[in-house]
Design a protein around this ligand. Structure first.
Ligand code: ADP
Ligand code: MG
Length: 229
Protein backbone atom coordinates (compact mmCIF):
# COMPACT_ATOMS: atom_id res chain seq x y z
CA UNK A 1 0.00 0.00 0.00
CA UNK A 2 1.47 3.35 -1.03
CA UNK A 3 1.08 6.65 0.76
CA UNK A 4 -0.74 8.21 -2.15
CA UNK A 5 -3.60 5.69 -1.98
CA UNK A 6 -4.07 6.24 1.74
CA UNK A 7 -4.01 10.02 1.68
CA UNK A 8 -6.40 10.62 -1.20
CA UNK A 9 -9.88 11.32 0.06
CA UNK A 10 -12.75 9.27 -1.26
CA UNK A 11 -15.64 10.77 0.66
CA UNK A 12 -16.15 14.35 1.76
CA UNK A 13 -19.42 15.43 3.37
CA UNK A 14 -19.43 19.18 3.96
CA UNK A 15 -22.03 20.88 6.12
CA UNK A 16 -24.73 18.38 5.20
CA UNK A 17 -28.26 18.89 6.51
CA UNK A 18 -31.19 16.57 5.93
CA UNK A 19 -34.79 16.82 7.11
CA UNK A 20 -37.06 13.79 6.81
CA UNK A 21 -40.80 13.27 7.26
CA UNK A 22 -43.61 15.56 6.08
CA UNK A 23 -43.99 19.25 6.85
CA UNK A 24 -46.01 18.73 10.07
CA UNK A 25 -43.63 16.08 11.32
CA UNK A 26 -40.24 17.16 10.09
CA UNK A 27 -37.28 15.55 11.83
CA UNK A 28 -33.72 16.77 11.47
CA UNK A 29 -31.90 13.58 10.54
CA UNK A 30 -28.55 15.24 9.72
CA UNK A 31 -27.53 18.49 11.34
CA UNK A 32 -24.51 20.19 9.71
CA UNK A 33 -22.52 16.99 9.29
CA UNK A 34 -18.88 17.06 8.17
CA UNK A 35 -16.99 13.88 7.41
CA UNK A 36 -13.89 13.09 5.37
CA UNK A 37 -12.77 9.53 4.72
CA UNK A 38 -9.56 8.63 2.88
CA UNK A 39 -8.82 5.67 0.68
CA UNK A 40 -7.80 2.72 2.81
CA UNK A 41 -9.49 4.15 5.90
CA UNK A 42 -12.09 2.26 7.95
CA UNK A 43 -14.40 4.57 9.91
CA UNK A 44 -17.03 3.36 12.38
CA UNK A 45 -20.10 5.34 13.36
CA UNK A 46 -21.86 4.51 16.62
CA UNK A 47 -24.80 6.18 18.31
CA UNK A 48 -28.32 5.58 19.58
CA UNK A 49 -31.14 4.36 17.41
CA UNK A 50 -32.78 7.20 15.49
CA UNK A 51 -29.70 9.42 15.67
CA UNK A 52 -29.30 9.59 11.87
CA UNK A 53 -26.72 6.90 11.13
CA UNK A 54 -28.61 5.22 8.28
CA UNK A 55 -29.53 8.64 6.90
CA UNK A 56 -25.85 9.52 6.81
CA UNK A 57 -25.06 6.40 4.74
CA UNK A 58 -27.99 7.09 2.40
CA UNK A 59 -26.71 10.62 1.74
CA UNK A 60 -23.07 9.54 1.43
CA UNK A 61 -24.10 6.98 -1.18
CA UNK A 62 -26.31 9.31 -3.18
CA UNK A 63 -29.51 7.42 -2.38
CA UNK A 64 -30.93 10.51 -0.69
CA UNK A 65 -30.15 14.11 -1.58
CA UNK A 66 -29.40 16.41 1.34
CA UNK A 67 -31.31 19.69 1.86
CA UNK A 68 -28.00 21.54 1.90
CA UNK A 69 -24.29 20.86 1.91
CA UNK A 70 -22.17 18.85 -0.53
CA UNK A 71 -21.35 15.17 -0.92
CA UNK A 72 -18.16 14.41 -2.79
CA UNK A 73 -17.18 10.88 -3.74
CA UNK A 74 -13.84 10.49 -5.54
CA UNK A 75 -13.94 14.13 -6.62
CA UNK A 76 -17.51 13.99 -7.97
CA UNK A 77 -20.11 16.14 -6.26
CA UNK A 78 -23.14 13.84 -6.04
CA UNK A 79 -25.47 16.75 -5.35
CA UNK A 80 -24.64 18.16 -8.81
CA UNK A 81 -25.38 14.97 -10.76
CA UNK A 82 -28.76 14.19 -12.33
CA UNK A 83 -30.61 11.23 -10.83
CA UNK A 84 -29.65 9.04 -13.78
CA UNK A 85 -25.98 9.92 -13.66
CA UNK A 86 -25.96 9.54 -9.92
CA UNK A 87 -27.41 6.02 -10.22
CA UNK A 88 -24.78 5.15 -12.82
CA UNK A 89 -22.00 6.57 -10.68
CA UNK A 90 -23.30 4.65 -7.67
CA UNK A 91 -23.17 1.37 -9.57
CA UNK A 92 -19.61 2.05 -10.67
CA UNK A 93 -18.19 3.34 -7.44
CA UNK A 94 -20.15 2.52 -4.31
CA UNK A 95 -20.79 -0.72 -2.44
CA UNK A 96 -23.75 -0.79 -0.05
CA UNK A 97 -24.46 -3.29 2.67
CA UNK A 98 -27.99 -2.63 3.86
CA UNK A 99 -29.20 -3.42 7.35
CA UNK A 100 -31.82 -5.80 5.97
CA UNK A 101 -29.65 -7.56 3.39
CA UNK A 102 -31.89 -6.46 0.49
CA UNK A 103 -31.53 -9.69 -1.49
CA UNK A 104 -33.68 -10.75 -4.42
CA UNK A 105 -35.84 -13.74 -3.40
CA UNK A 106 -35.62 -15.69 -6.68
CA UNK A 107 -31.82 -15.62 -7.00
CA UNK A 108 -29.13 -17.90 -5.56
CA UNK A 109 -26.41 -16.36 -3.43
CA UNK A 110 -23.92 -16.44 -6.32
CA UNK A 111 -26.46 -14.86 -8.69
CA UNK A 112 -27.10 -12.00 -6.25
CA UNK A 113 -23.47 -11.04 -6.98
CA UNK A 114 -23.60 -11.72 -10.73
CA UNK A 115 -26.67 -9.51 -11.05
CA UNK A 116 -24.53 -6.50 -10.08
CA UNK A 117 -22.42 -7.21 -13.17
CA UNK A 118 -25.48 -7.55 -15.41
CA UNK A 119 -27.04 -4.36 -14.12
CA UNK A 120 -23.81 -2.39 -13.93
CA UNK A 121 -22.58 -2.52 -17.51
CA UNK A 122 -19.15 -3.06 -18.93
CA UNK A 123 -17.09 -1.00 -16.51
CA UNK A 124 -18.52 -2.97 -13.59
CA UNK A 125 -18.09 -6.34 -15.32
CA UNK A 126 -14.46 -5.54 -16.10
CA UNK A 127 -13.72 -5.16 -12.40
CA UNK A 128 -16.00 -7.94 -11.20
CA UNK A 129 -14.50 -10.46 -8.81
CA UNK A 130 -15.16 -14.18 -8.67
CA UNK A 131 -18.51 -14.67 -6.89
CA UNK A 132 -17.48 -18.06 -5.48
CA UNK A 133 -14.27 -16.68 -4.03
CA UNK A 134 -16.13 -13.83 -2.39
CA UNK A 135 -18.74 -16.17 -0.95
CA UNK A 136 -15.90 -18.31 0.39
CA UNK A 137 -14.36 -15.22 1.99
CA UNK A 138 -17.57 -14.63 3.96
CA UNK A 139 -17.81 -18.32 4.91
CA UNK A 140 -20.56 -19.29 2.50
CA UNK A 141 -18.87 -21.66 0.05
CA UNK A 142 -21.51 -24.27 0.70
CA UNK A 143 -24.40 -21.83 0.14
CA UNK A 144 -23.58 -20.42 -3.29
CA UNK A 145 -26.68 -22.05 -4.80
CA UNK A 146 -29.01 -21.27 -1.91
CA UNK A 147 -31.75 -18.71 -2.26
CA UNK A 148 -32.46 -16.14 0.47
CA UNK A 149 -35.30 -18.14 2.08
CA UNK A 150 -32.84 -21.02 2.56
CA UNK A 151 -30.39 -18.81 4.45
CA UNK A 152 -30.36 -17.51 8.02
CA UNK A 153 -30.44 -13.77 8.71
CA UNK A 154 -26.71 -13.75 9.32
CA UNK A 155 -26.04 -15.66 6.12
CA UNK A 156 -28.16 -13.23 4.11
CA UNK A 157 -26.23 -10.37 5.65
CA UNK A 158 -22.96 -12.02 4.58
CA UNK A 159 -24.23 -12.44 1.00
CA UNK A 160 -24.96 -8.70 1.10
CA UNK A 161 -21.35 -8.05 2.12
CA UNK A 162 -19.96 -10.26 -0.65
CA UNK A 163 -22.23 -8.51 -3.14
CA UNK A 164 -21.04 -5.07 -2.02
CA UNK A 165 -17.42 -6.10 -2.64
CA UNK A 166 -18.10 -7.70 -6.03
CA UNK A 167 -17.48 -4.64 -8.24
CA UNK A 168 -14.46 -3.36 -6.25
CA UNK A 169 -16.05 -0.19 -4.91
CA UNK A 170 -14.10 2.95 -4.09
CA UNK A 171 -16.52 3.70 -1.27
CA UNK A 172 -18.08 1.01 0.92
CA UNK A 173 -21.06 1.88 3.12
CA UNK A 174 -22.09 -0.74 5.64
CA UNK A 175 -25.12 -0.58 7.93
CA UNK A 176 -24.94 -2.77 11.04
CA UNK A 177 -23.26 -5.80 9.45
CA UNK A 178 -23.03 -7.83 12.65
CA UNK A 179 -26.53 -7.39 14.05
CA UNK A 180 -27.51 -10.98 13.18
CA UNK A 181 -24.11 -12.62 13.76
CA UNK A 182 -22.55 -14.33 16.77
CA UNK A 183 -19.41 -12.93 18.36
CA UNK A 184 -16.82 -15.03 16.53
CA UNK A 185 -18.49 -14.47 13.16
CA UNK A 186 -18.81 -10.74 13.86
CA UNK A 187 -15.07 -10.40 14.34
CA UNK A 188 -14.39 -12.46 11.25
CA UNK A 189 -16.67 -10.31 9.07
CA UNK A 190 -15.43 -6.97 10.37
CA UNK A 191 -11.86 -8.20 10.03
CA UNK A 192 -12.64 -9.04 6.40
CA UNK A 193 -14.03 -5.53 5.87
CA UNK A 194 -10.87 -4.07 7.44
CA UNK A 195 -8.60 -6.15 5.21
CA UNK A 196 -10.56 -5.30 2.06
CA UNK A 197 -10.48 -1.63 3.02
CA UNK A 198 -6.73 -1.50 3.54
CA UNK A 199 -5.54 -3.82 0.80
CA UNK A 200 -7.76 -2.39 -1.92
CA UNK A 201 -7.66 1.25 -0.83
CA UNK A 202 -11.40 1.45 -0.22
CA UNK A 203 -12.92 4.18 1.95
CA UNK A 204 -15.28 2.37 4.32
CA UNK A 205 -17.93 3.74 6.65
CA UNK A 206 -19.58 1.20 8.94
CA UNK A 207 -22.50 1.90 11.23
CA UNK A 208 -22.57 -0.44 14.20
CA UNK A 209 -24.03 -1.01 17.65
CA UNK A 210 -21.39 -3.57 18.35
CA UNK A 211 -18.60 -2.06 20.45
CA UNK A 212 -16.76 -5.37 20.34
CA UNK A 213 -15.70 -4.90 16.72
CA UNK A 214 -14.46 -1.30 16.94
CA UNK A 215 -10.90 -2.50 17.48
CA UNK A 216 -10.75 -3.30 13.75
CA UNK A 217 -11.52 0.32 12.77
CA UNK A 218 -9.18 3.28 12.29
CA UNK A 219 -11.55 5.88 13.68
CA UNK A 220 -14.77 5.82 15.69
CA UNK A 221 -17.26 8.70 15.47
CA UNK A 222 -20.44 9.14 17.44
CA UNK A 223 -23.74 10.35 16.09
CA UNK A 224 -26.23 11.99 18.45
CA UNK A 225 -29.39 13.79 17.28
CA UNK A 226 -28.09 14.13 13.74
CA UNK A 227 -24.75 15.57 14.80
CA UNK A 228 -21.47 13.80 14.28
CA UNK A 229 -18.62 14.14 16.77
P1 ADP B 1 -30.45 5.45 12.85
O1 ADP B 1 -29.96 4.72 11.65
O2 ADP B 1 -29.36 6.11 13.65
O3 ADP B 1 -31.31 4.61 13.71
P2 ADP B 1 -32.05 6.96 10.95
O4 ADP B 1 -31.11 7.65 10.05
O5 ADP B 1 -32.73 5.74 10.44
O6 ADP B 1 -31.35 6.69 12.36
O7 ADP B 1 -33.19 7.99 11.36
C1 ADP B 1 -32.94 9.32 11.82
C2 ADP B 1 -34.25 10.01 12.15
O8 ADP B 1 -35.01 10.21 10.98
C3 ADP B 1 -35.16 9.21 13.08
O9 ADP B 1 -35.81 10.13 13.91
C4 ADP B 1 -36.11 8.52 12.14
O10 ADP B 1 -37.31 8.23 12.79
C5 ADP B 1 -36.26 9.56 11.07
N1 ADP B 1 -36.55 8.98 9.72
C6 ADP B 1 -35.71 8.24 8.97
N2 ADP B 1 -36.25 7.94 7.78
C7 ADP B 1 -37.48 8.52 7.77
C8 ADP B 1 -38.56 8.60 6.82
N3 ADP B 1 -38.47 8.02 5.62
N4 ADP B 1 -39.67 9.28 7.17
C9 ADP B 1 -39.77 9.88 8.37
N5 ADP B 1 -38.80 9.86 9.30
C10 ADP B 1 -37.69 9.19 9.01
MG1 MG C 1 -30.15 2.67 11.13
Amino acid sequence: MTTSTTTRTSLVLADVCLTVGDADNAVTALDHVNLTVSRGEFVAIVGPSGSGKSSLLAVAGGLTSPDSGTVQVSDHDLTQLSATRRARFRMDTIGFVFQSGNLIPALSAADQLRLVGHAGGRSVRRRARDPLELLAAVGLSAKARSRPHQLSGGERQRVGIARALYAQPTLLLVDEPTAALDRARSHEIVQLLATETRERGVATVMVTHDHDVLEHCDRVLEMVDGRLS
